[in-house]
Design a protein around this ligand. Structure first.
Ligand code: CA
Length: 222
């Protein structure tokens, strides 16, 4: 999953980049609202974390402009503790959730997971499930019928994306855009290797290859 973090407080941004990275998210970071206005609308982010007090364009205006331009990406706003007016304005402007600073990193992690499940119509799943598999996002492993299967970090990131999009045909370029941040070189051979490793661990039938089109995880009937 690829996230945009818009936060001008550098120590907090550094901390969030490190913790979100450990949780397997590819994160692009911007500190100025003017840069975020265009990039948030043009890059295919799965979720945006938005500070409200920003240089350039304030976070609230940014959110209003994104929403009026048709952007439907889930947005979680970061607000000052005690500022209920700010939270209400943010929710009215189209935020999906908020966190008050300072917050515990685990709370952000759980809110991100919940927002992403909700955005994919999976609000009923406290843990991601598809194709007979259950994903443990905290331990970054998967289980089938109670038997745990260990995953590398890269395998976990790909499998989480597949499980959020079960049954959908995903091209390699689409997968690369959502698994890597804007700075990382995208190599479709790496994706092929990862898909093959997941097939060996989970069973070849779990991921279908459509030649020239891409992959489909968890075809109906699995
Ligand atoms: Ca700020």
């Amino acid at each position: 999953m690829r996230l945009l973090l818009v936060e001008d407080h550098v120590p907090l941004a550094d901390e969030l980049l490190a913790s979100l990275g450990r949780q397997g998210y590819a994160v692009d970071w911007l500190a100025d609202g003017r840069d975020a206005l265009h990039q948030g609308a043009s890059e295919p982010y799965d979720l945006i974390i938005l500070d409200l007090g920003l240089p350039g364009i304030p976070g609230l205006e940014l959110l209003q402009r994104w929403r009026s331009g048709g952007l439907a990406t889930p947005v979680l706003i970061l607000t000052a503790r005690g500022s209920w007016a700010e939270r209400i304005e943010g929710l009215k402007a189209g935020a999906d959730d908020y966190l008050c600073k300072p917050f515990h990193p685990e709370e952000l992690q759980l809110r991100i997971q919940a927002l992403l499940r909700r955005a994919h119509g999976l609000a009923n799943q406290p843990q991601l499930q598809a194709a007979g598999l259950q994903l443990d996002e905290e331990r970054q492993c998967v289980s089938r019928a109670g038997v745990a299967i260990e995953l590398t970090g890269a395998e976990f990131r790909l499998l989480r994306y597949f499980m959020l999009h079960a049954g959908r045909l995903l091209s390699k370029s689409h997968l690369a855009e959502h698994l890597y941040d804007g700075e990382t070189a995208r190599d479709s051979n790496v994706l092929e290797v990862l898909v093959n490793r997941l097939r060996r661990k989970l069973g070849a039938e779990v991921i279908e290859t459509r030649r020239g089109q891409g992959y489909r995880f968890g075809a109906p009937g699995l």
